[in-house]
Design a protein around this ligand. Structure first.
Ligand SMILES: C[S@@+](CC[C@H](N)C(=O)[O-])C[C@H]1O[C@@H](n2cnc3c(N)ncnc32)[C@H](O)[C@@H]1O
Ligand SMILES: [Zn+2]
Length: 281
C-alpha cells in the first residue's frame, strides 16, 4: 500500500483518520484493519455487508479483467487519463478517489498520467467486491492504496480528493461532496446511446439505445459532457467475457443468450460519455 495515498483513508467505525502501520491501518481510537497479502485493507464494516459476497462476483471480475486487458476499452482509459491530467497542475499534488474501481483497469492508466503531469499523484481506489480489490491492489501494490468499501460510506477523509472518478459504478453524490475539496472535480463515466448496441441486437428482438439524460446534481456544476466512441470486433471467449461484465448477463432471456453463444464474431459500437462536474466552492 502506498503510504502517501493511505493518508487519505478514514476509519469506517469512528471516522477519524487512519495511519498506515506495519501490516495494518489503525486510528487513534484503536480500531485496526489488517492489510491482506496484496496490500489492501478491508474497510467495509460487517453491519454494512448485506451479502456474503457483495458487488461483482469473482466470475464477473475475472471476465472484466480478461476483456479489459485485451485492450478493448483502451480508448476509454486513454481518454480518462488525458481528461484527469488536464485537471491537474504541474508541481501540485493531485489526489484521486476511484469509487467502485473494479479490478483497477482505469487506475493503471490514471495514476501514471497524473504522476507524469504533477510529479506527486496519489490514488485511493475502493470497491465492494473483494475479488476486484484483490486484483487491483496486486497490480499497483506500491503505487496506490486500495480498500474493500462501499461507495455509500467512502473510507476517505473529508475534503481529501481533488478528483473523484466513477466509471459505471453506483452514484453516491453525498459522499463525493464530502470527500472532495471545494472546487474539486468529479468525472462520471456513463454508457453513451450506442454503447454495445451490436451486443444488444443479438440478445434482444427490439434493442434500445441508452437514454442520453442530462442530470443536475445539487452541489455540483456540470462543466463538460464528452462522448468517446469506437467499434470493437470480438472473437471466441472475448464474447462471453463481455457478456458476463454487463448487466444484460442477469436479465437476458435464455433465447438471446443462446444466440450469442452461437456467434464466432461480434462487432459492436462502444461509447462512453464522460460527464465532468465541479464541486461548488
Ligand atoms: C460495472 S463495474 C465497473 C468497475 C470499474 N469501474 C470498471 O469500469 O472497470 C461496477 C463495480 O461497482 C462495484 N459496486 C457495486 N456496488 C457497489 C457499492 N455499493 N460500493 C462500491 N462498489 C460497488 C462492483 O463490485 C463493480 O466492481
Ligand atoms: Zn476508528
Amino acid at each position: 500500500m502506498n503510504p502517501l495515498a493511505a493518508q487519505g483513508f478514514r476509519c469506517p467505525v469512528c471516522g477519524r483518520g487512519l495511519e498506515l502501520c506495519p501490516g495494518r491501518l489503525a486510528c487513534s481510537r484503536g480500531h485496526s484493519f489488517d492489510l491482506a497479502r496484496e496490500g489492501y485493507a478491508n474497510l467495509l464494516p460487517v453491519q454494512k455487508k448485506h451479502a456474503r459476497q457483495p458487488g461483482d462476483s469473482p466470475l464477473m471480475v475475472e471476465a472484466r479483467r480478461r476483456f479489459l486487458e485485451g485492450g478493448n476499452y483502451a480508448l476509454f482509459a486513454q481518454a480518462l487519463a488525458d481528461l484527469a491530467a488536464d485537471l491537474a497542475r504541474p508541481g501540485q499534488p493531485f489526489r484521486v478517489m476511484d469509487a467502485g474501481c473494479g479490478e483497477g483497469y482505469y487506475d493503471r492508466a490514471l495514476l501514471p498520467a497524473l504522476v507524469q503531469k504533477t510529479g506527486d499523484a496519489r490514488l485511493i481506489g475502493f470497491d465492494i467486491s473483494k475479488e476486484a480489490v484483490r486484483l487491483a491492489a496486486r497490480a499497483q501494490k506500491e503505487q496506490a492504496a486500495f480498500a474493500v468499501a462501499s461507495c455509500f460510506a467512502a473510507p476517505v477523509r473529508d475534503g481529501w480528493a481533488d478528483l473523484a472518478v466513477n466509471v459505471f459504478a453506483p452514484f453516491a453524490r453525498e459522499e463525493y461532496l464530502r470527500t472532495l475539496r471545494p472546487g474539486g472535480w468529479l468525472i462520471y463515466a456513463v454508457p453513451g446511446p450506442d454503447h454495445l448496441f451490436g451486443l444488444k441486437e443479438v440478445l434482444y428482438d427490439t434493442p434500445y439505445r441508452n437514454p442520453c439524460r442530462q442530470v443536475e446534481y445539487p452541489g455540483f456544476v456540470q462543466q463538460a459532457d464528452l462522448p468517446v466512441s469506437g467499434q470493437i470486433t470480438l472473437r471466441g471467449p472475448q464474447i462471453p467475457d463481455l457478456f458476463a461484465m454487463t448487466p444484460y448477463y442477469w436479465k437476458t432471456p435464455r433465447q438471446g443468450a443462446q444466440k450469442l453463444q452461437e456467434r464466432e464474431e461480434l462487432i459492436t459500437p462502444i461509447q462512453f460519455r464522460f460527464l465532468v462536474y465541479q464541486k461548488k466552492t
